[in-house]
Design a binder for this molecule. Sequence first.
Ligand code: ZN
Length: 303
Amino acid sequence: MILPPSKGRFAPSPSGPLHFGSLVCALASYADIKSKRGKWLVRIEDIDPPREVKGASRQILLQLESHGLRWDDSVVYQSNRLSLYSEIINDLQNKGAIYFCDCNRARLRELNGVYDKFCKTRQLISEGNATRLIINSDLDYISFNDAIFGWQEQNLTTNVGDFIIRRRDGLISYQLAVIVDDNAQGITDILRGSDLLGSTHRQIFLQRMLGFPQPNYTHLPIATSKNNLKLSKQNLASELPAGRESENLWLALKWLKQNPPQDLKVLSAEEIVGWAVANWNPTTIPPKTIQRAPEGFYDTPCK
Ligand SMILES: [Zn+2]
């Protein structure tokens, strides 16, 4: 049997420039897939317009280039693929796998995150309502092996219930968009932050519903600031300092427990990235959900 070529990806939202946490994800996914002689793709996840910052996509791509992280194939923008998501939802509707829901926030709050199928038999229309995916109780146990966190299992019926794949305002859920795009791009290896570990089961359920192959999963600790908050624009993550690319990369490798030698620091970004690929070892990364970013990469208010 000939296996398809390995493909990894980095999929940032254009909500601001790269910070230390996003550099770590980009570098780790690059080193991981290149150590398997695979392709590294970039996808801009721009389907949440209110969170987008003008010019951020371009800035992210320039930052990746200046850090020696060169992508294969052309960059994909999720906003160009909205018709693909609609097609998939139509498919699911034809299979009787979804229904529409008008439950308000107060009602959902009382359910504590596990939906009770209240709207399943109500025959609501799609317009103005959320779209929920039906979890069949004979397919609701999902397990997978994460390369860092190990064996993961979840019963979707008791943990989430029928979950939303399209919001009432028409916004496509992360769960649906990510598996459709990863499948369309032929992604075999997903490496991302541990904040998505607990939603992976829902994505695997969707992959099975749609007959998509299941990629390999690796979840990394999330880089946090002093108060243990995920680095993000809202939590005062600093933009990666320009002109200090080699140091940024060296610190990212140290944070990833790759044990980079001191004298690597003086090399070019491309040379450091080459070292990261040649020496990549994900087994040294601790299975921790969070890990503090180095001093200087947070607590600087951004614009
Ligand atoms: Zn409902």
